[in-house]
Ligand binder design. Structure first.
Ligand code: LLP
Length: 430
């Protein structure tokens, strides 16, 4: 990765840097983006998304692999197209995400893996017709449904069982998935019997084994442990006569949301080594499903301070963005760095809650945080918002969802215009 000039408070892991006290995304001042597109605004660096994708591509270049970007992290068509054109496959969890891949980059349909615990017949049909690579199956009942739909359409469905390896991923409980107490996956101990039964159907092709143990995982050992279990299952399945071609290692590689220095290349190296350890001599085609790692740090939510309010001893910085735009702090108590777009020379800070205008006490971006001194009208950037930001946004409080722009060097392109009231009301009937 290219080294960029960075100020002390912003690690090089992010494409947002100060030049002459003005915050830029790549080479574009965020103040000019706010001027042109309004706020709140999601700003993404296409440069960084490509760099992160290429980090993965290079790290795994010695083995046959496909990086299937997890669409749920950020389903923007512009981002899907950017990655699809560079050779990415996609991990989808709904018929809606399948349709997005089709619109963004049709040739990538054959590199799609379909995950998710409640696939419905219409979604399975759409995926079969699209000729996706494989279904990641979450239960024997679901496998039965896929077989029935494949028979109805007279095609063969390639499948992998998503096994639950009973490995603790050491992450937030809401985004940990690899323990037997979670709803995800099939107990690895009964997987072999299911492959045996499935192999009898001429509509099902046992094709791979998949695993996903959770998200925002910072230690890489759990990935190795999970893959070790998968690899020994694959060996057993081969002995049983199944031609297993793929191992899907899932997603989950974490980033650093704090202002500590973070080296993404090093993180990918550690991850690659852990997977290699888990895979031992296994040479199956490796599928990877990173979401957050590719897009989180490429994005910021740009927002304007509306008012600064004091209540007793507390100071509230109220912005024009709210929990409906970025729910991670409210939902997971997630930390996001918040920095001013114009750096003042005074270096003064205030301790404040940074909150939105939504009618909920949970509507906050930061609590009791020392942030740069800001005034009403100032712009601030909420960092690391490229993953699970816009994709978890809503119209709560009848707020229009923000616009999104993609920056590449000096070039800016609108990826999604700001919603209008008309957009919001369109499906309603009176
Ligand atoms: N594959 C599967 C089957 C998944 O369920 C997920 C994420 C991924 C891949 C991508 O994981 P990633 O590389 O992004 O960690 N909303 C939460 C994260 C939920 C993750 C859900 N599954 C957050 O904002 O932290």
């Amino acid at each position: 990765m290219k080294k960029k000039a960075t100020s002390k408070s912003i690690p090089p892991a992010r494409p947002f840097i100060y030049k002459n006290r003005t915050l830029l995304c790549d080479s574009v001042p965020l103040s000019s983006l706010a001027e042109q597109y309004g706020t709140p605004l999601y700003v993404y660096s296409a440069t960084q998304i490509s760099e992160r994708f290429q980090l993965f591509q290079q790290a795994f270049q010695d083995r046959p692999h496909t990086v299937c970007y997890a669409v749920k992290a950020n389903p923007s068509l512009a981002i899907l197209r950017l990655l699809g054109r560079q050779g990415a496959g996609f991990d989808i969890v709904s018929g809606g995400e399948l349709e997005r891949v089709r619109r963004a980059h049709k040739p990538a349909l054959k590199k799609v893996v379909f995950s998710g615990v409640g696939k419905q017949a219409w979604e399975i049909d759409a995926a079969l017709k699209a000729g996706i690579l494989q279904f990641n199956i979450e239960s024997e009942q679901e496998l039965g449904l896929v077989a029935a739909r494949a028979q109805a359409l007279k095609v063969r469905a390639r499948f992998a069982l998503r096994v639950n390896p009973d490995v603790f991923a050491e992450t937030h409980p809401y985004i940990s998935t690899g323990l037997s107490e979670h709803k995800f996956g099939i107990d690895i101990k009964i997987a072999r019997a299911i492959y045996r039964r499935a192999a009898k159907s001429k509509w099902l092709e046992p094709y791979g084994v998949s695993v996903h143990i959770g998200s925002q995982i910072r230690k890489v050992d759990p990935f190795a442990s999970a893959l070790e279990r998968v690899t020994s299952l694959v060996a057993e399945l081969r002995r049983d006569g199944h031609n297993i071609r793929t191992i899907d290692a899932g997603g989950g590689l974490g980033i650093d949301y704090s202002d500590a220095p973070f080296d993404p290349a090093h993180q990918v190296e550690r991850y690659t080594a852990a997977l290699a350890k888990g895979l031992a001599n296994e040479t199956a085609h490796l599928l990877l499903e990173p979401g957050r790692f590719l897009v989180a740090q490429a994005g910021a939510l740009l927002t304007r301070v509306v008012v600064i309010k004091k209540n007793g001893s507390k100071t509230f910085v109220i912005t024009d963005a709210a929990m409906n735009d970025l729910i991670r702090p409210a939902l997971y108590h997630a930390h996001h760095e918040i920095i001013p777009v114009r750096q003042s020379s005074s270096k003064g800070t205030i301790t404040a809650d940074v909150v939105g205008p939504v009618c909920e006490s949970g509507d906050f971006f930061a609590r009791d945080r020392a942030i740069a001194q800001v005034r009403p009208g100032d712009l601030v950037a909420i960092l690391d918002a490229g993953a699970y930001g816009m994709s978890l946004s809503s119209n709560y409080n009848s707020r229009p969802r923000p616009a999104e722009v993609l920056v590449e060097g000096k070039k800016v392109s609108l990826a999604r215009r700001r919603e209008t009231m008309r957009d919001q009301l369109a499906p309603e009937v009176l």
